[in-house]
Design a binder for this molecule. Structure first.
Ligand code: SAH
Ligand code: DHB
Ligand code: MG
Length: 221
């Protein structure tokens, strides 16, 4: 794979269309400073989410997996001015650093971080009847991805866009005998989607500054 060329072209695109401001750059820097893994989406992927959010005129968004709040910031900025993103994060340390980054970006009024396991919080979101969300980004732990998608459908309406990160995993999804729990999790989701008539969906392969991977893009029928 021509990873060097893919990275150079990714940087060419982001220098034109996905330029990071100080708040986004500081968020990436905060991960190293706080020993948090560099698993944020790339600038171009952030801009891609913004294009989808604008396309569906989203006001309310749900995110699974906050990390340091990098993707949260891209999402929050694209939402309508009175819009809001609820983002779920299991790790208290990640949530604390994310809150600082979101405050620093001036987005506290648009973001609510809920700390806990997504599978524990999602039923309470259904019970609280704050759905439907207009845009849902699934990017937490990979083994329960299919369960997360089922919850997303319960929290969605016709036209809601659902995006799932990391569903190709450097092509490891081709290995039917993989014993990697992350690979197995996304394989179950991808196969479930092939039989799911509640959504119109596709997987985009992604190359660039991050490892070779892919994103599900689905719209609820
Ligand atoms: N969306 C972020 C990256 C998320 S990385 C970005 O692009 O900037 C995945 C995050 O999911 C990590 O912070 C991890 O702590 C969190 N996570 C892992 N298991 C989880 C669970 N069961 N519920 C909620 N969050 C979880
Ligand atoms: C992993 C998780 C992510 O969300 C990501 O974008 C890259 C890697 C991981 O858990 O390996
Ligand atoms: Mg991810």
């Amino acid at each position: 794979m021509n990873t060097e060329l893919f990275s150079k072209v990714d940087n060419y695109i982001s220098s034109l269309l996905a330029v990071e401001d100080e708040a986004l750059k500081n968020t990436i820097a905060s991960l190293n400073n706080n020993r948090i893994p560099q698993q944020s989406i790339s600038p171009n992927q952030g801009k891609f989410l913004q294009v989808l959010i604008k396309a569906c005129n989203a006001k309310n968004a749900l995110e699974l997996g906050t990390l340091g709040g990098y993707s949260t910031i891209w999402i929050a900025r694209a939402l309508a001015e009175d819009g809001k993103v609820i983002t779920l994060e299991f790790d208290e340390h990640h949530a604390k650093v994310a809150q600082e980054n979101i405050d620093n970006a001036g987005l506290s009024h648009k973001v609510e971080i809920m700390v806990g396991k997504a599978l524990d919080i999602l039923p309470s979101l259904i019970a609280d009847q704050i759905a439907p969300f207009d845009f849902i980004f699934i990017d937490a732990d990979k083994p329960p991805y299919a369960k997360y998608f089922e919850f997303a459908l319960k929290l969605a309406r016709k036209g809601t866009i659902i995006v799932c990160d990391n569903v190709i995993r450097e092509g490891k999804v081709l290995d039917k005998n993989s014993d990697d729990e992350k690979v197995k999790g996304v394989q179950i989701l991808n196969e479930m989607l092939s039989e799911n008539n509640k959504v119109t969906s596709i997987i985009l392969q992604t190359v660039g500054v991050k490892e070779y991977d892919g994103m599900v893009v689905a719209v609820v029928n």
